[in-house]
Design a protein around this ligand. Structure first.
Ligand SMILES: [Zn+2]
Length: 279
């Protein structure tokens, strides 16, 4: 699943290319979208802005029309210059928004809906998002209160719950727990204020580090000597994620992995640095 930082970067790229431009052509393979386009055409509208909220991308058009998409596991937005060859087959195209200079293409997005400001305000999944880790106004204390409202959840599950705190995905979940020396299977209620504060600080720090313009596509949380080897294997740039049975970069103990939560997302951790019973 794309993490919040991926969506944030994609939204920023789309915003730079599209904001202020007029839609010259709109294509979609999604019946519910083509119905709206038929009734109130997209062509001729101005793209006012593109922004990310948690893992939702929203494209705001003039005349009170908002396109929201969620990538889930498979979706992605690409931006091409007019006439440029697409990097994925046309059959995977779900939405294409053309302007004079660019075309923004959503490939295989499973969730895409048109809204007005009023219907979006009633949208449950979008409106029930917790504090967004990447938002300028992110308030760690508010995020911690949200997490503490579910003391029974394992922290590795709670960090992925977008209604509690928005933007953290499966990679960052394991990485921030390691950086904070917190065992991901501990219930939230057993975590100290310092531990929760550390988790939120690392979440924001890691994700902000990955939305800089030169961050590239891979997620980097570990910047030790391995990075200078120029290897591109994502596992070489991370502390624990997808490093099961490899040596912990801090203590040398073998990293463990296990499925966690109802969604069975794989969690990686060091049993020595992140003991189940701290202290
Ligand atoms: Zn360790």
């Amino acid at each position: 699943m794309p993490e919040g930082d991926t969506i944030f970067r994609a939204a920023r790229t789309l915003n730079r290319a599209l904001a202020g431009s007029i839609v010259t052509h709109f294509e979609t393979q999604l019946p519910q979208l083509s119905r709206v386009d038929h009734d109130s055409p997209l062509t001729g509208r101005t793209i006012e802005k593109v922004e990310a909220t948690g893992k939702w991308m929203r494209i705001v058009f003039s005349g009170d029309l908002i396109l929201i998409t969620h990538m889930l596991m498979s979706g992605s937005w690409h931006i091409y210059r007019a006439g440029e060859r697409w990097q994925r087959p046309r059959i995977q195209m779900r939405v294409a928004i053309h302007t004079k200079d660019f075309v923004a293409v959503a490939f295989q997005v499973p969730l895409a809906e048109f809204h007005t400001a009023a219907t979006l305000a009633r949208h449950r999944s979008v409106q029930s998002l917790g504090p967004d880790v990447l938002a300028a106004e992110f308030d760690p204390a508010a995020a911690i209160r949200q997490l503490q409202s579910r003391p029974e959840l394992e922290i590795g599950v709670a960090l992925l719950r977008q209604s509690l705190v928005a933007g953290i995905g499966n990679v960052f979940k394991s990485e921030v727990c390691f950086a904070s020396r917190v065992n991901p299977f501990r219930p939230v209620g057993t975590l100290t204020a310092n531990e929760l504060g550390s988790l939120m600080n690392h979440s924001r720090k890691f994700m902000l580090a990955n939305v800089t313009d030169d961050a590239g596509d891979g997620i980097v949380t570990y910047t030790g000597f391995r990075r200078t080897t120029g290897r591109t294997d994502p596992a070489d740039r991370l502390w624990v994620y997808q490093r099961a049975r490899e040596a912990c970069r801090r203590c040398g103990t073998a990293i463990l992995s296990r499925k966690q939560g109802e969604d069975a997302r794989t969690t990686f951790w060091c049993p020595q640095c992140q003991p189940e019973q701290p202290g």
